[in-house]
Design a protein around this ligand. Structure first.
Ligand code: SAM
Length: 318
């Protein structure tokens, strides 16, 4: 697999889909201004998982530090977004640690064990819900984003929790944010079925969590990504996921003939994303070295560019 090194100050030209391995803080500043039509992403949640890699987001000592970090990164996302572009942001919540300083491994989710857990944020008590999604939404709004909608991602098949003193959480938030007051939105592309025909999409989306497409503990179900891409981009547009994981956003983008830019810190996930993207796109296996033409019709299979062209290594140019 060919990996291309890029000088630290160089802007990365966007012509075809790219899978960029590196820290989002280093990579995002190199993307061209106003080049992306739609962003669909899910940053690591605060204090929830240790992905075991230096530079990972989510292990900030304070909630304020986490919110500040993300607000800064999303301001860079706003720079690369076209004026009529849309950001779809999925973000999860959590509870205070009760100043326990660690979390024991969970049998079903061993990497939820944390050797360090942050103290309760100022003003919050033991067992308080953190309210991270709305805190982040308000911080982004204050930073200049238009907060256009909150969407409840209802998970009908959510895993049971061992709690007995509150309801089991079965939802997460997805926020729709825009750079401008007016923006590209295609309501017909995401109409939902109703008793009397079809109607405008509602704000509660019931979507089962799905087994990961690759070896990732927290990948998107493609069904969550699809309406976001269809509602706010058109064929050939660029769709960005700055926390690409195993590439679900790239996969859905290519299925709908959009180009994608994926940024991911963890080289193992980058390798998984390559595998997912090259072998699962509409079930059509990648054929190395040949540049496939874009499909002419929506239902024709989409192909990936040859791998050497879309994987670019940017991690501090080492
Ligand atoms: C919630 S997961 C995203 C999963 C993705 N939506 C998918 O479907 O596979 C967050 C991802 O952000 C990555 N990540 C964490 N810190 C990062 C950083 N500083 N730069 C780039 N990626 C980072 C993690 O490795 C992880 O894969």
């Amino acid at each position: 697999m060919k990996r291309t090194k890029i000088a630290s100050t160089a802007r990365i030209p966007l012509a075809e889909s790219l899978l960029l391995e590196g820290d989002v803080s280093d990579v995002l500043p190199r993307l061209p201004d106003e080049s992306i039509q739609c962003v669909v992403t899910s940053p690591p949640y605060w204090g929830l998982r240790d992905y075991g890699i230096n530079g990972q987001i989510g292990l900030e000592e304070t909630l304020a530090g986490y919110l500040q970090k993300l607000t800064g990164l999303f301001s860079e996302v706003r720079r690369v977004l076209r004026p009529d572009g849309v950001l779809w942001l999925n973000i999860g919540d959590g509870f205070t640690s009760g100043n326990r300083g660690w979390r024991a491994p969970d049998k079903k989710n061993p990497n939820r064990a944390m050797s360090v857990r942050p103290d309760n944020p100022p003003g919050l008590k033991d067992k308080d819900l953190l309210g991270v999604p709305w805190r982040l939404a308000f911080a982004l709004q204050a930073d200049g984003w238009f907060l256009r909608s909150d969407i409840i991602w209802h998970k009908p098949n959510v895993m049971p929790e061992s709690v007995k003193d509150r309801p089991t959480r079965s939802h997460e938030y997805l926020f729709m944010l825009t750079k401008s007051e007016r923006y590209a939105y295609f309501p017909e592309a995401v109409m939902e079925e109703a008793e009397q025909g079809r109607r405008n999409r509602r704000t509660v989306w019931s979507i089962n969590t799905a087994p990961s497409l690759g070896a990732h503990v927290a990948s998107f179900p493609p069904e969550l990504v699809e309406p976001c891409i269809l509602a706010s981009s058109q064929p050939d547009d660029f769709v960005l996921d700055p926390f690409f994981g195993v590439g679900t956003v790239g996969l859905v983008a290519r299925r709908h003939r959009r180009r994608f830019v994926g940024i991911e810190l963890n080289p193992e996930y980058v390798t998984e994303a390559e595998r997912v993207l090259s072998s699962v796109v509409n079930g059509v296996p990648k054929r190395n070295g040949i540049h496939y033409p874009e499909p002419k019709h929506e239902h024709q299979p989409a192909f990936l560019e040859p791998s050497g062209k879309y994987r670019v290594r940017t991690r501090r140019d080492s």
